[in-house]
Design a protein around this ligand. Structure first.
Ligand code: UDX
Ligand code: UDX
Length: 468
């Protein structure tokens, strides 16, 4: 099938490339000429596993790049809209890019097409897209607007797309559902997974993935509700971690105990410095706003956001309780990306913490395996960048762990201690075992677990003048 994908950002680029890998002819449309030129020249603008391989497999044959949306619409049976939907000042999703794309699409509809919402959009967006297309004189019988939310995570986007937990299609007509069914058939009939050149199957893949067919509005809600629920799960465990700190319990043990209940499940229960990224913060706010607009006061989501914000302040308080004052202190930072496995720093809690510490007069030397270039664009030379974790730790008053990169969990602790001026580690991602850290001679603070001193005595007990 011939499909167009509008917007070659995270979602659009991955979806378009994966559609090509499923055997479709794809036109990836973007209005950013520089981006298109880079893509045509073989550059890969995002750090994503398997994307370079798939792009070079399909670029120039099944995957074309274009800035001509109208022409792409004419040539395609389905047009996936994957332009950004950033938050406005009041937290609603800004749909102006979606609207201008819808307007332009209307000029290219010459026979039956489906217009597919792939970006995360609030409920009722499909109705608006339909109105805009009709307002521009298009025959109502010649198109349908459908919703096909995307659940990919950064860092594992290609695997998430090709081995999804489920595929959701929200359609209000049989005809449009049939088009989407055909597009995803290589996944739902399992034929893609039998191919020798299919990308490797990740753990936990449920094959073939179920296809869930809903109304358009339900599909729009499924996307917002999924992201809000995952954010809620993270804020819930962060709140539990705070209680653990107050009573001297260990949040990892609690997570193990509750996560083995299959109704709860162990995933997305990692406490830390809060969620970030281009999706959760924006989508929780947008879901809150759309619920309010339609008469429901979803104040639970306010609390999810409040707890998330509070995690950063709690972490900063830990830095203070470890170091007393921070002005003039030299801090090593491990991790700038909003999570491990990506170079993305949008809404990164690590960046927010670094900025707060800079304002308080600390000197920062940071290392991140992928996000240094992006951080430099935002922060210039207000911080120093190291080429390795050990270099970031060198001569520092303390080391802060802010992103859950796997390589940080596997550092040589002995070497790390030797690099540091004082053996103090404040870990916002619980990458290390407190007992091991104490045995290795560190004062170690983490989230939802008692802080430890080199002799193994919890720091809280020392502060209170008694042993726990
Ligand atoms: C996407 C989704 O759009 C968003 O709803 C979801 O929640 C997160 O993922 P992302 O892919 O990260 O966002 O967006 P972005 O990186 O902003 O890319 C959008 C692309 O669309 C850019 O390449 C931009 O140049 C292009 N664009 C934007 C157009 O081609 N036309 C426009 O009118 C606007
Ligand atoms: C998320 C959704 O998972 C995905 O389905 C959706 O399509 C887009 O938004 P992404 O933003 O790429 O994906 O990252 P995700 O892995 O969900 O992590 C989001 C944030 O939550 C990160 O800052 C991460 O560090 C944090 N997180 C995640 C936790 O703090 N604890 C966890 O247990 C899981």
């Amino acid at each position: 099938m011939r499909v167009a994908v509008v917007g070659s950002g995270y979602v659009g680029l991955v979806a378009g490339t994966c559609f090509a890998d499923l055997g479709h002819d794809v036109i990836l449309v973007d209005n950013d000429e520089r981006k298109l030129a880079a893509l045509r020249a073989g550059q890969v603008p995002i750090h994503e596993k398997f994307l370079p391989e798939l792009l070079s497999r399909h670029r120039g044959n099944r995957l074309q790049f274009s800035d001509n949306l109208k022409e792409a619409v004419r040539q395609s049976a389905a047009i996936f809209v994957a332009v950004g939907t950033p938050p406005t000042q009041s937290g609603e999703a800004d749909l102006s890019f979606v609207e201008s794309v819808a307007r332009e699409i209307s000029g290219g509809i010459d026979d039956y097409k489906i217009v597919v919402e792939k970006s995360t959009v609030p409920v009722y967006t499909s109705e608006w897209i339909r109105k805009i297309i009709l307002r521009n004189g298009t025959d109502p019988e010649s198109f349908d607007v459908v919703s096909n939310p995307e659940f990919l995570r950064e860092g594992t986007a290609v695997s998430d797309f090709l081995f999804p937990d489920r595929i959701v299609i929200g359609c209000d007509s049989q005809r449009s559902a049939d088009v989407l069914r055909e597009i995803y058939a290589p996944l739902t009939d399992g034929s893609y997974y039998k191919r020798s050149d299919a990308i490797p199957q990740p753990d936990r893949a449920l094959l073939p993935p179920p296809l869930i067919v809903t109304s358009t509005k339900s599909a729009e809600l499924i996307k917002h509700a999924s992201n809000a629920f995952l954010a809620l799960k993270i804020s819930f465990i962060n709140a539990v971690a705070s209680v653990c700190e107050s009573v001297g319990a260990d949040v990892n043990q609690v997570v193990h105990g509750i996560g083995t209940d299959t109704r709860i499940g162990p995933r997305f229960l990692n406490p830390g410095i809060g969620y970030g990224g281009s999706c959760f913060p924006k989508d929780v706010m947008a879901f809150r706003a759309v619920a309010r607009e339609h008469g429901y006061d979803f104040s639970l989501l306010d609390e999810v956001m409040r707890i998330n914000e509070d995690q950063r302040h709690r972490f900063l308080r830990k830095v203070h309780s470890a170091l007393w004052t921070v002005r003039g202190k030299r801090l090593g930072v491990l991790g700038l990306a909003f999570k491990g496995g990506t170079d993305d720093i949008r809404e990164s809690p690590a960046i927010a913490i670094v900025q707060a510490l800079l304002q308080q007069g600390s000197q920062i030397t940071a290392y991140d395996p992928a996000a240094v270039d992006h951080t430099r664009e935002v922060m210039g030379d207000s911080i120093a960048f190291a080429n390795s974790s050990y270099e970031a730790a060198h001569n520092a008053d303390a080391l802060l762990v802010l992103t859950e990169w796997e390589e940080f969990a596997n550092l040589d602790l002995n070497r790390l201690r030797q690099e540091l001026k004082y053996p103090i580690v404040i870990d916002g991602r619980n990458l290390y075992d407190p007992e091991v850290m104490a045995t290795q001679g560190f004062t170690y603070y983490s989230v939802g677990r008692a802080a430890c001193h080199p002799d193994g005595v919890p720091a809280a007990a020392l502060k209170n003048g008694k042993k726990a």
